[in-house]
Design a protein around this ligand. Sequence first.
Ligand code: PMP
Length: 364
Amino acid sequence: MTFPPIREELQGIEPYGAPQLDVPVQLNVNENPYGPSPATAADIAAAAGAAATTLNRYPDREFTALREGLAAYLNTSGGSGITPDMVWAANGSNEVMLQLLQAFGGPGRAALSFAPTYAMYPEYARDTHTEWLVGKREDDFGLDLDRARALVEERRPSVVLLPSPNNPTGTALPTEAVSTLCEAVGEGGIVVVDEAYTEFRRTGTPSALEMLPTHRNLVVTRTMSKAFALAGARLGYLAADPAICDAIRVVRLPYHLSSVTQATALAALRHAPELLGRVADLRVERDSCVAWLREQGLQVAESDANFALFGTFADRRAVWQGLLDRGVLIRETGPEGWLRVSIGTPDEMMAFKDALIDVMKTEP
Ligand code: PMP
């Protein structure tokens, strides 16, 4: 017997998470490098301060005002006709998706995604006793829709997790992929399109929000952690049929969104134009980073997100370490030989490029 008596399948497992190191250039967790302005920070602080005067009371369990604010935002960001009863939120989209697995996965049920994909998905499945199924993406990291549909029809998952744009590859899915899989899954399951990075998409790849009216089993998740520059506040949300939100209400812990979180997110929504204001700059920086990496003779995945996956290296660990030794932290993730860099400020990207040139001289 080992102590503590943790579930057998959790024994010896390292908790998920990128190294949090205090280095000058941090390009490893796809954050937005631009924080709120002093005026916006002051408004958020005032809202949190007002919430502090009522902290003896539990928060609004239904976070009504926040749902209204998020619905209004979604209707300006690819959605239309989204009402507050179609919106759900939790502490980061990770928690939103865990709640989805709690409600729609479980023993005797399966969740499916297509690798390479977001590394937390198998953890949601494990933690909810849901069988984990994984199909494969093509060489360009897109989906072969016939193969994907066949896999769904064969294995009948209750939950399909489709990140678009995908992490770690940056690949956005066409509308057709979402509708094909929603139809293949049918009413026996849900299709979760994880749009954590959606605001960074290049033009021409629409949000899955526009398909909500035609697919009752579609769930679109979003987060304030990336484009919205609010990773520290922990606020993720989704849009779906109200019946799906009602199902999550059964599994959520009571009062899961603190008053401070609700006030912070609402204040941030009031400043959406400023917080989202650097997205266009980050897209330009992303495209130039991708072009520059290709000029260095590297392979780079097409990216619709605020990061780029590049490679391949015979010893990616050595390249990652070489960059870290030069004060630049990126992420060792994705298929063997690839590395992922988040898009930072122009100065940070310059530091990354200088360091990479230096490292590639010694670690070809
Ligand atoms: N989905 C994807 C694809 C992600 O990359 C991330 C964060 N790395 C998340 C969801 C979760 O983000 P958060 O919990 O901060 O909303």
